[in-house]
Ligand binder design. Sequence first.
Ligand code: IMP
Ligand code: MG
Length: 174
Amino acid sequence: MEGNVEVLISREKVEARISELAREIEKDYANKDLICVGLLKGSVMFMSDLIKEISMDLRIDFMKVSSYGGGTNSTGVVKILKDVDLDLTGKDVLIVEDIIDTGLTIVNVKDFLKQKNPNSIKVCTLLDKPSRRLVEVEGEYVGFEIPDEFVVGYGLDLDEKYRNIPFVGKFVKK
Ligand code: IMP
Ligand code: MG
């Protein structure tokens, strides 16, 4: 299985960076009412590693959204397949995502969650492909910026496979 995947960011590097992000988050959210909202399914491995490193009270929840259809520069086109369960009113929401690519998912999820009147909303993403953006959006916490290449592993999939690979890899056809 892993024979088709070349290491782009090793497990050790990912884990070290996750610890750094956790330290930043702890500092920024001291005395806040943190809810980490993971986007299914890609964020699962990152979210699980991240929250283990955050030494403070927090809550977790999950959302699932469908990917946008064919439209390119249109927003408001993701479908909410699973909403959060918790009440976000007055809470400090940190959206946890695997990768920001065009930015459409994050922009739409942020707009959707804003309607729930949280105190704040920020984004923590393991990976960022800034060169692919169609809408202007940034993550406040970014693990790694990567070039415009398709990556798998650490939660990211190709046709639902490779999510369990414990590093970020580049898919190579053999
Ligand atoms: P965006 O809405 O274009 O920012 O896309 C975000 C979603 O696209 C992510 O949550 C991923 O599920 C998926 N995605 C984008 N780039 C990649 C990649 O290189 N590998 C795997 N999934 C990706
Ligand atoms: Mg995905």
